[in-house]
Design a protein around this ligand. Structure first.
Ligand code: 5AD
Ligand code: SF4
Length: 468
């Protein structure tokens, strides 16, 4: 994808970049004593990309601060999935612009999915000239070079050149307990509403040997949980020759012996019986699956390019529930896709009633520039879409509460991940089924898998006490 209007901009190709040695930059003291602030929008993939960016900028001398006002370098790692993500970013950029008026040396940097959108780059070039560096999801590792160019006063704009899979990246991980591991980048599914294949590029799987050695390293460092990340994890390896399938990869990751293995996100189309069997039979693969439905209407699913019907989804759902004991399933649903009628929407409600999801993330369709759905005729008023969303959320919340109530008085294993914001004497963590639990317990339980008796069930969390 090429960016428009880049006459004065410097165009770089990640393959031409000379990788710089962080030690050399540190020795030059270019960024000594400088602070950076990073704000992350969007999905787990972005959260994990931020861990990479942190490592890169800390590697050349920056120190993280918690307020944009204290930073010499401000980085916004953005999301493009819906229009409101765009509005939030430009809202925050307004504050940065104001700050830069008093501190002109401050460097403002926009990266991530929005930076891959040609229309956004055009907007930045035309109307937000105070932004110094724009780089896409394929060029992240190039950030130290861009910063060095910037302090040498070069104008920088980075086009979206689809990257290779870069190995050997280091991360400054937010947690010492639970780690993300990318197994693939991009997506080939091209659902008609979705911008991801354009902002993240085509599917590129990492070689399994590299994934396994990263997981082995995390095991040696004492991580208790690893989540394999990809837009479409169960299509893993399909873009490579002589590579493992996702169930084979999962089995090998499981063999390494980290207590909890998770993966996100799965596409129903690639969900095989072999995968169900691996999850069902491996103790350390958690019984939790995020299985996006998007719509319960076969007609709308076809328009969305989802490659399954309502009936096929329900058959898969039943198979998973039957074969994986105690599995929790969550989903994503879009309401108000172009042309969705009341009848289509009732089909979605019917699927939700049948599946009784543990939780569902629900969205109103947001037209994204350049996607096929953006051009589809959409005559449903926003007020009607909002009312459908409210009806759907009501149902979804009832089932979340019902699913959580099943845990009342049960003893479950919770991986305690940190202090809870629900009280000084509390910590929080997750069950194997990914339920958030707040527990009255000492801080030394953090990082441990602890037996907890559930004493209260709410729609979005559980409360419990440690079982001695
Ligand atoms: N409008 C609304 N929701 C969307 N999603 C993806 N693209 C759009 C869009 N254009 C939702 C899907 C996806 C989740 C991450 O975001 O439900 O699974
Ligand atoms: Fe987007 Fe569909 Fe790919 Fe998911 S599978 S990232 S919804 S194109």
């Amino acid at each position: 994808m090429k960016l428009p209007n880049l006459q004065e901009a410097k165009i770089r190709n990640s393959r031409e970049v000379q990788y710089i040695d962080a030690q050399i930059v540190r020795d030059l003291s270019l960024f000594k004593g400088k602070n950076y602030f990073i704000k992350t929008y969007g999905c787990q993939m972005n959260v994990h990309d931020t861990e990479l960016i942190k490592n890169l900028v800390e590697g050349i001398g920056f120190t993280e601060v918690e307020k944009m006002e204290d930073a010499d370098l401000v980085i916004l790692n953005t999301c493009a999935i819906r229009e409101n993500a765009h509005d939030k970013v430009f809202g925050f950029l307004g504050r940065c612009k104001h700050e830069k008026e008093t501190r002109p040396d401050m460097i403002i940097c926009v990266c991530g999915c929005m930076a891959q959108e040609p229309s956004v780059c055009e907007e930045i070039l035309d109307r937000h000239k105070y932004i110094d560096i724009v780089f896409g999801t394929h060029n992240m590792h190039d950030l130290p070079n861009l910063l060095i160019d910037k302090i040498k006063k070069t104008t920088i704009e980075v086009p979206s050149i689809e990257g290779d899979v870069i190995e050997g990246l280091e991360y400054t991980r937010d947690s010492h307990i639970s780690a993300w591991v990318n197994i693939m980048y991009g997506c080939d599914k091209f659902c008609t509403y979705c911008i991801v294949p354009y902002t993240r590029g085509k599917q590129r799987s990492r070689r399994s040997a590299n994934i396994l050695s990263e997981v082995e390293k995390l095991a040696l460092e004492g991580y208790k949980e690893v989540t394999l990340l990809g837009q479409n994890v169960n299509a893993y390896g399909k873009d490579l020759q002589d590579e493992l399938s996702f169930p084979e990869l999962l089995s090998k990751v499981s063999d390494i012996g980290i207590p909890r293995i998770r993966f996100v996100t799965s596409h129903p189309w690639d969900f095989t019986d072999e995968l169900i069997e691996v999850i069902a039979t491996r103790e350390n693969i958690m019984p939790y699956i995020h299985l996006p439905l998007q719509s319960g209407s076969s007609r709308i699913l076809k328009l969305m390019g989802r490659r399954y019907t309502k009936e096929e989804y329900l058959t898969l759902f039943d198979k998973i529930k039957k074969n994986i004991p105690n599995v929790a399933i969550t989903t994503d649903i879009i309401v108000g896709f172009p042309g969705e009628t009341e009848e289509d929407f009732l089909d979605t409600l019917e699927v939700v009633r049948k599946c009784e999801y543990d939780n569902a993330f629900t969205f109103i369709f947001s037209p994204r520039v350049g996607t096929p759905a953006e051009k589809m005729k959409d005559d449903t008023p926003l007020s009607e879409k909002e009312s459908r969303l409210a009806r759907l959320n009501c149902l979804v919340n009832d089932y979340s509460l019902k699913a959580n109530q099943k845990y009342l008085n049960e003893v479950v294993e919770v991986l305690v991940t940190g202090p809870s914001d629900k009280g000084e004497n509390k910590v929080c963590g997750y069950t194997d089924t990914m339920k958030l639990v707040n527990v009255i317990a000492p801080k030394d339980t953090i990082g441990k898998i602890t037996k907890v008796k559930i004493t209260e069930a709410k729609s979005f969390s559980l409360n419990g006490e440690v079982v001695r």
